[in-house]
Ligand binder design. Structure first.
Ligand code: SF4
Ligand code: FES
Length: 361
């Protein structure tokens, strides 16, 4: 009998189809096409296996989960498996009738993304005219009495409007606002030159967030994710590799994090051929960076190795070429100075955005 604790959350990337083309999307550059997506029955089986493994939270995401015509059935399958069901959505494709259908199916939490307070800029970052529609949706969500989070991704080109963004998010009356600085994976890495905030923008954002947290206290919970390029120590990415979270991609591949496919030599097994229990406990992908035996110096002897687990494997690979290296976001990494230099570099002249495009959709 294995004593390995099970994951707490399952991220179900139901589809990579999406009406938006966000310039900071964390989806992989090589996405799965619609014809390869898991069926309703496959997902229902996965949700039951997840619950048996100890998963509590199910996050239905994508792409855009509403692009699945069976989304209500998938919500119901998650609830039947006794999971807390959250849907992460751009809101495109959500109507009053569909909202009622989702509520009746057992949807407990909805996370709606906003790109900016300025409509024109919001639509530019999303690569679609979506902003006005999103604002109307907040009313629909509140009418259904579903727990509601507004999520805003911030970066150099919208941080100077953070006060307006916070005011807009507050006006939508969610229970929770999440302000997340861009994390540089997937499409965001392609647009890093334009997205990377200046140090003074980051400083100012910390101050504004703290002020807003005091103002909103007891009414709206405000959480912030700051960019680790500016931090002293890295984030414990995904709570540590193979420790808390499993991600299933649209075609059924099980990944320890959303970016793991960028690491050369990684092979991912599928829920089509293996149980979730096997994937979690025995698959090579989940065991590759578990524990500490893979760590190099300085992580191998560091007091924080059970706190941040050496940071992010994918970022370590992207920035150093070796996923077993210390994440350069750590000030103890030999390569940290290079990362700091990136944040200090004056912004280049505006380049064209690289928009997220799904080939073969
Ligand atoms: Fe974390 Fe490694 Fe840095 Fe220590 S050396 S703080 S374990 S990333
Ligand atoms: Fe893969 Fe951080 S995104 S470990």
């Amino acid at each position: 009998m294995s004593t390995l604790p099970g994951p707490l959350s399952l991220v179900a990337e139901l589809t990579h189809r999406c009406p938006l083309h966000c310039v900071y999307c964390s989806n992989p550059l090589q996405m799965q096409s619609a014809k390869d997506e898991l069926s309703t029955e496959d997902w229902a089986r996965v949700f039951h296996q997840a619950a048996a493994l100890g998963v509590l939270h199910l996050h239905l995401t994508g792409g855009e989960p509403l692009a699945r015509s069976d989304i209500a059935k998938l919500v119901a399958a998650g609830r039947e498996a006794n999971l807390y069901v959250n849907m992460i959505t751009s809101g495109l494709g959500l109507t009053a009738d569909r909202m009622i259908e989702l509520k009746d199916a057992g949807l407990e939490h909805i996370q709606l993304s906003l790109q900016d307070a300025d409509e024109e800029k919001a639509n530019e970052f999303a690569g679609a005219r979506a902003h006005a529609h999103k604002l109307k949706l907040a009313t629909l969500i509140r009418q259904q009495d579903i727990a509601f989070t507004v999520n805003v991704v911030v970066h150099r080109e919208n941080l100077d409007r953070l006060e307006d963004i916070l005011a807009l998010a507050e006006s939508l009356e969610p229970q929770r606002i999440e302000v997340a600085h861009v994390q540089y994976y997937g499409w965001a890495l392609k647009n890093r030159d334009r997205l990377m905030p200046t140090p003074s923008q980051v400083e100012r954002s910390v101050q504004l967030i703290q002020e807003a947290q005091s103002r909103l206290s007891g009414r709206i919970q405000l959480q912030a994710v700051f960019p680790d390029y500016y931090a002293r120590y890295p984030k414990p990415c995904v709570g540590g590799w193979g420790r808390q979270m499993m991600l299933i991609d649209p075609a059924g591949l099980a990944l320890p994090c959303h970016a793991a496919a960028i690491i050369p030599g990684m092979e991912f097994d599928s829920v089509r051929t293996h149980s979730l229990e096997w994937l979690w406990q025995q698959s090579p992908a989940f065991n590759r960076f578990r524990g500490q035996s893979w760590m190099k110096e300085p992580c191998a002897d560091c007091d924080r190795r059970e706190i941040d687990f050496g940071g992010c494997r994918c970022q370590a690979f992207q920035l150093t070429g070796d996923p077993a290296n210390t994440d350069p976001a750590c000030s103890l990494s030999d390569l940290h100075a290079d990362l700091v230099a990136i944040t200090q570099t004056p912004p280049p002249p505006p380049s064209q955005w690289v928009y997220r495009i799904l080939a073969n959709s």
